[in-house]
Design a protein around this ligand. Structure first.
Ligand code: GBH
Length: 453
């Protein structure tokens, strides 16, 4: 019986793709090796005051040299899939122009190693490390065109072995947080009209990238993106609050996922932006709305939303409170229900063919015990809670195909440097020794049994 003693209520679908995720600048190091071009994050992390303690990704986890060992960690976990990103500036050091064969060789070695270990590669093409040589960065429309050329190039080179491509990671982070609030590279605080143009170039890059991948990839290649859609939990599980959550997700993501899924900017967004609305060229919206094979969401935290019956279509986003539970990163409120509601809302709004969780995980305090091991009970608690709600999503039949835990190992956490660590493997950055934390043992057991116990 499904729910009873010894029952199977905790089981995941038999073909569920358990995985881990990383990103190039956060783990690779080797920033000057084999012709890699400089990126915005090299510049930013070497600018005093931008990253905690002055940390950089110069060495990071040294995965550029230790990728074989990292594949070994994945294999020991028993994961079915690995999500990693390609450093655009290893492939095109100037962002465009002449490709660099040695950079491509690295990813060929990585892909071949993964396949030999029985692990399916999921490739993200842009995870924030923008070639510094591209003038104006994402303020320049040409960057979107350059991205599409690079995406098509990669698809042509690796789609014989890589069947899952994510164009970009987290639109909001490399647009708003980079050009509006400025905590991320290049650290600008532009006026709203210019921010909206940056956002437009971001979704355009995704859309043109999808078209270019399809034009160059082998048949059967799956294309989507990894977005950090703003997602919510209904105040109560009643129709009025669930509807409010759907309206909130559609409106709060108007410039990102909503534009991608609907191929247009919805009226409320254009009206709210007025003269600051993005300048759109013919064909842009069709490209942005290119049909996708899957939508993948990075799921960490989400506010509660309630229906506001005082106005038609109204909703209110309830703030997190000072005493609400959080993990080590101050922004990471523990809201496990958003795992289920985020996936369900996106499914109900737009019915993507498949859904993935491209990231979920947490920073924690990670005490090292006398035996040298990290017993990260808080991280296990966090993961168990979120996966309970992922389990609800699969049990109810949402088309969720896989889950990528962020992250395989401790790594460069952007503006937080190495002060906030998300790994299920501890990395001793002095020696580069990787050690499984208790959470890695827990995840291995989950994958082995394919169920929550
Ligand atoms: C993801 O970003 C990234 O894809 C990954 O590279 C990263 O290491 C991982 O998650 C863990 O952070 O609005 O200024 O208060 C997470 C996305 C990070 C976006 C925190 C919002 C809030 C900063 N979020 N951020 S702020």
């Amino acid at each position: 019986p499904a729910g009873g003693i010894g029952g199977d209520a905790g089981a995941f679908p038999a073909d569920f793709q358990w995985g881990c995720a990383t990103a190039a600048y956060q783990i690779e190091g080797g920033v000057k090796e084999d012709g890699r071009g400089a990126t915005n994050w090299d510049v930013f992390s070497h600018t005093p005051g931008k990253v905690a303690r002055g940390d950089t990704g110069d060495v990071a986890c040294d995965s550029y040299h230790r990728y074989a060992e990292d594949i070994g960690l994945l294999k020991a976990l028993g994961v079915k899939a690995y999500r990693f990103s390609v450093a655009w500036s290893r492939i095109f050091p100037e962002g465009k122009g002449k490709p660099n064969a040695k950079g491509l060789d690295y990813y060929n070695r990585l892909i071949d190693g993964l396949l030999a270990a029985g692990i399916t590669p999921h490739m993200t093409l842009f995870h924030w490390d923008l070639p510094a040589a591209l003038p104006g960065g994402w303020q320049n429309r040409d960057t979107a065109l350059a991205f599409a050329d690079y995406a098509g190039f990669m698809a042509g080179k690796v789609s014989d072995r890589v069947k899952h491509f994510m164009t970009v990671n987290e639109l909001r982070c490399f647009t708003d947080l980079s050009y509006m609030t400025g905590g991320k590279a290049p650290g600008l605080k532009l006026p709203m009209g210019e921010v909206n143009q940056v956002r437009h170039h971001g979704v355009l890059a995704h859309g043109l990238g999808v078209q270019a991948i399809r034009a160059h990839a082998r048949p059967g290649t799956q294309v989507g993106l990894a977005d950090n859609a703003t997602i919510f939990v209904p105040a109560l599980e009643t129709p009025e609050h669930i509807d409010a959550v759907k309206r909130a997700v559609r409106e709060e993501n108007a410039m990102f996922l909503t534009a991608i899924m609907e191929g247009r900017y919805i009226d409320s967004y254009l009206a709210a932006q007025g003269k600051d609305a993005p300048k759109v060229q013919a064909g842009d919206m069709a490209a942005i709305g290119s049909p996708l094979d899957f939508v993948s969401v990075n799921i960490y935290t989400g506010n509660t939303v309630r229906a506001d019956v005082t106005k038609p279509g109204g909703y209110e986003i309830l703030p997190h409170l000072p005493q609400s539970p959080r993990m080590a990163s101050p922004w990471l409120y523990v809201t496990p229900e958003v795992m289920y509601w985020g996936l369900r809302t996106i499914h109900e709004l737009w019915q993507p063919k498949a859904l993935y969780v491209s990231e979920n995980g947490c920073s924690a305090d990670d005490p090292v015990a006398a035996d040298g091991k990290v017993y990260d009970a808080d991280r296990v608690m966090y993961l168990r809670n979120y996966l309970t709600h992922l389990q609800r999503a699969t049990r109810e039949g949402l088309p969720v195909k896989g889950y990528f835990l962020w992250s395989l190992m401790d790594n460069f956490e952007w503006e937080d440097g190495y002060t906030k660590l998300f790994g299920i493997h501890h990395v001793d950055f002095a020696t580069q020794k990787r050690t499984p934390k208790m959470s890695a043992d827990w995840y291995r057991e989950l994958i082995r049994t394919n169920r929550l116990v």
